[in-house]
Design a binder for this molecule. Structure first.
Ligand code: AMP
Ligand code: GLY
Length: 427
């Protein structure tokens, strides 16, 4: 098959790495890719939101299969346009992508099909929204309905903070039209995990779990980020927990999406809060997580292309993933300053040395090549990923790789997987 992968992050480098291992892949193009991907295969300079250019490229190159990494092109309808011209695609239609593209859509689906999630209401006007904030009390969570580059959620510890967020979003000051409609919901206190399953519209194929670290600083301090590191599987993921997530959350979602006329093809990334042992759905993403994907790809032993193609063509009941018994762990290296403004265009050296450590793969995110050197061009820059026969050893390997890099302008958290390695009793 000739395959086109859309995206440029660490998630896409990990997907590309796994796609290239598939005997089904004759040729892989990545649009737009990054410097790490360019060392493996051909990058095409088309941005992820240039939907018509992507479709034209796929037609001209006679691409057999398109795999879409990020949510933005899905919400813009890339998968629909590819299907219209007869090209198989892994990723949901524009309407089905509303599960991530509209928080209100996702919450209403939960309400309709009795899927456990935080209590909520939707608002477009300030006065009733403020009254609801008073009624529910703090802590409380305010969410912009639309995509806001991962920044549209305010977990407010006080009523004042919550009311400021309501006014900022509904007045259009924050997030523009994405904030013109909001969801206000109950604060859930628990431990967060990420769960992944793929779907062909009808059949659901459970994958595995991971746990991300969203705050920028050690001990989960400082501002939220896109994710500073992850390990897989998550410590709370017992067989009973998995069954509960599948039966109470994912299966009703698959059935509900189908019944509502928008069957979902692609990957369900369920953000789950485990509250006193009970899983509740925080949100759906319609793509793999980044850096969760890096940890999943390191553990996947079966053919990724076969699995994703089966999902795209309605044959998911014919495949089954095989996972390594070994856990994996990914440490994200970011440019100093991230998630606020950060330094750019600084050289990263000794990448080969890091990659030579046993069990380690260094996935690139915001990198480019300049004058024969790899330089940083984004906030999250590398995903140093390791596998070993324990989380502790995977962590040692990943940090040994981090320490062998020569990149003074980069930083990382030093405590990835602390929950898995602490003696705290799991929820
Ligand atoms: P989201 O963009 O929906 O993933 O939200 C960002 C983060 O906000 C989540 O990863 C959670 O850590 C937190 N969050 C979202 N909703 C809730 C909630 N109802 N209760 C507590 N924390 C939440
Ligand atoms: N790591 C969280 C995300 O990809 O949204």
């Amino acid at each position: 098959m000739k395959i086109l992968l859309v995206g440029s992050g660490g998630r896409e480098h990990a997907l590309a790495w796994k796609i290239m291992q598939s005997p089904k892949c004759d040729q892989l193009f990545v649009a737009p890719g990054n410097a790490g991907i360019a060392q493996m295969t051909t990058c095409v300079p088309i941005g992820v939101e240039q939907v018509s250019e992507l479709v034209e490229f796929a037609k001209n190159e006679k691409i057999d299969f398109v795999i879409v990494g990020p949510e933005a092109p899905l919400v813009l309808g890339l998968a629909d346009k590819l299907r219209e011209v007869g090209i198989a695609v892994f990723g949901p239609s524009k309407v089905a992508a509303q599960l991530e593209g509209s928080k209100g859509f996702m919450k209403d689906l939960c309400r309709k099909y009795n899927i456990p999630t935080a209590a909520y209401e939707r608002f477009t006007d300030i006065e009733p929204a403020l009254a609801f904030v008073d009624k529910l009390g703090a802590p409380i969570v305010i969410k912009a309905d639309g995509l806001a580059a991962g920044k549209g959620v305010v977990v407010a510890m006080t009523l004042d903070e919550a009311k400021d967020a309501v006014k900022d979003m509904l007045s259009g000051n924050a997030f523009g039209s994405a904030g013109a409609s909001i969801v206000i919901e109950e604060f859930l206190d628990g431990e967060e995990i990420s769960y992944f399953a793929i779907c062909d519209g009808e059949n659901l194929l459970p994958l595995s779990s991971a746990q991300d670290h969203k705050r920028v600083g050690d001990g989960d301090t400082g501002p939220n980020t896109g994710g500073m590191g992850a390990y897989s599987p998550a410590r709370l993921m017992t067989p009973q927990m998995e069954t509960e997530i599948l039966e109470k959350i994912l299966k009703p979602t698959v059935a509900g999406m189908k019944a509502d006329g928008c069957p979902f093809t692609g990957v369900y990334f369920a953000g789950i809060m485990v509250v006193n042992g009970v899983p509740k759905l925080l949100e759906y993403n319609v793509r793999f997580g980044d850096p969760e994907c890096q940890t999943l790809m390191m553990r996947l032993e079966s053919d990724l292309v076969e699995m994703l193609y089966a999902a795209a063509t309605g044959k998911l009941d014919t495949v089954k993933p095989v996972w390594s018994d070994n856990p994996s762990l990914c440490v994200v290296m970011a440019a100093k300053g991230y998630p606020a403004s950060y330094v750019k265009n600084t050289p990263i050296r000794n990448l080969d040395k890091a990659a030579n450590i046993n069990g380690v793969v260094v996935f690139h995110a915001g990198t480019a090549e300049k004058d024969g050197e790899i330089i940083s061009v984004g906030g999250r820059v590398l995903g140093v990923t390791a596998t070993a026969n324990s989380v502790a050893e995977a962590r040692e390997r990943a940090y040994a790789a981090v320490d062998s890099l020569d990149w003074p302008e980069g930083f990382c958290r030093r405590d990835i997987a602390w929950r898995a390695l602490s003696s705290d009793v799991a929820e």
